[in-house]
Design a protein around this ligand. Sequence first.
Ligand SMILES: Cc1ncc(COP(=O)(O)O)c(C=O)c1O
Length: 381
Amino acid sequence: MGNLSIPPLAELRKRRSAKWRTFPDDVLPLPVAEMDFPLAEPVARALHEAVDRSDTGYAAPTRDLADAVSAYARRAWDWRIDADDVRTVADVGIGIVETLRRVVGAGDRVVISPPVYEPFSWWVREVGAHVVEAPLAGGPLGWRLDLDALERAFAGHATAYVLCNPHNPVGLVHRREDLVALAELADRYGVYVLSDEIHAPLVLPGAEFVPFLSVSDEARRWGFSFLSASKGWNLAGLKAATVITAGPVPKRHVDRLSPHSLYRTGHLGVLATVAAFNHGDQWLAEVLDVLDRNRRLLDELLAKLLPGVHYGQPQAGFLAWIDFRALGWGGDPAEHILAAARVALNAGHRYGDAGIGFARLNFGCSPQTLTEAVTRIAAAR
Ligand SMILES: Cc1ncc(COP(=O)(O)O)c(C=O)c1O
């Protein structure tokens, strides 16, 4: 299983983060998108050294983060980013909300594609805009952007689209041709595309991440990318992310974000993110190896212990989108599973109506934990 030594549950339960403090100790917590792996050594070292220096002040106005993101994007995806086009923000959610504040007005329409990461609709509402849904096409055996639905939504006077690339919770890595077509639609109807690329470092073997801004001039004319190390290297609590542009109009909007956004970013987050992007490749490769095995193990466990349940192996990340409808557990199987199996999953209906009868499971854990979770769920039938 590579060199990662995943702490046993008794150790993990000592963590003070949301995943480990939300539920009582008899519950196996597989909802919150945190991974159970130990920190990458270069990241841990950067953080220990900062603490040893009592270096816990504000993030410094340097190019370190922009340079690290650019170098990583070039190495990982052959994507050329100009470090001058990278802006530091506290997290992806704040980056998207603040960018939406620049490009949409109260009452404007913003499109999302459910089932999608639950906060997307909150972020749109937070800026006073209306959510318009253009659901993904397909199902557990193959999801895709629905370009016809997107065209209808864009033609209905939409101002912006929040793209999830890769797409949480279904683990879809969008195809280049779909992104090219999306960019053409954005250009035709004058719609900004905010591409949440937080899961990009976690693309698994067999899929290729295509950064939205890399696909065409139209994409660069209308697009923003939001990238951070917080999912890939498990740094969500440290608060550092980036907004990237590649065209003059999006850049002008980002330049008008609050000049204080840097000071709202975690200094330790910047240090850890720079270490992750510059020195975290080896650790990430080991994590991807575990995740690749776990997505297959989950397939095997479900087929053996819970026949009738549908799940398509994700192309990216550590989240599995599982269709429990055949078991007759109603619209919210996560509720039954928590009560009867003492396993916490995310309720699928929170990702949009397309998620009724589904639940999201986090397999960024040991194979033992994953096996225990599915065994408990199967016993609750
Ligand atoms: C698609 C997506 N975007 C954003 C976030 C949250 O990122 P942040 O903590 O940087 O706001 C998550 C967290 O799981 C996510 O899955």
